[in-house]
Design a binder for this molecule. Structure first.
Ligand SMILES: [Zn+2]
Length: 68
């Protein structure tokens, strides 16, 4: 659809075909693999922040330290 002035366009109806692939990431991979293979919920701990993340994460969101 063509509009005469782009400053008048606020919204339009229609469909946009999209395809996506979700990746769990490094921490998510550990979490989902343990859940599937052993039925366990696993997390990671950041000792300096005394914070546990479930599901497991690769980095602490408070101090950005690497977690394992
Ligand atoms: Zn931390």
């Amino acid at each position: 659809m063509k509009t005469p002035k782009n400053t008048e366009t606020r919204a339009w109806r229609g469909e946009i075909p999209l395809e996506s692939l979700y990746t769990a990431g490094l921490g998510g991979e550990i979490f989902f693999r343990a859940l599937k293979e052993r039925g366990e919920l696993v997390g990671t701990r950041c000792a300096p922040c005394k914070q546990v993340y479930v599901p497991a994460r690769a980095f602490c969101e408070r101090c950005f330290g690497e977690l394992d």
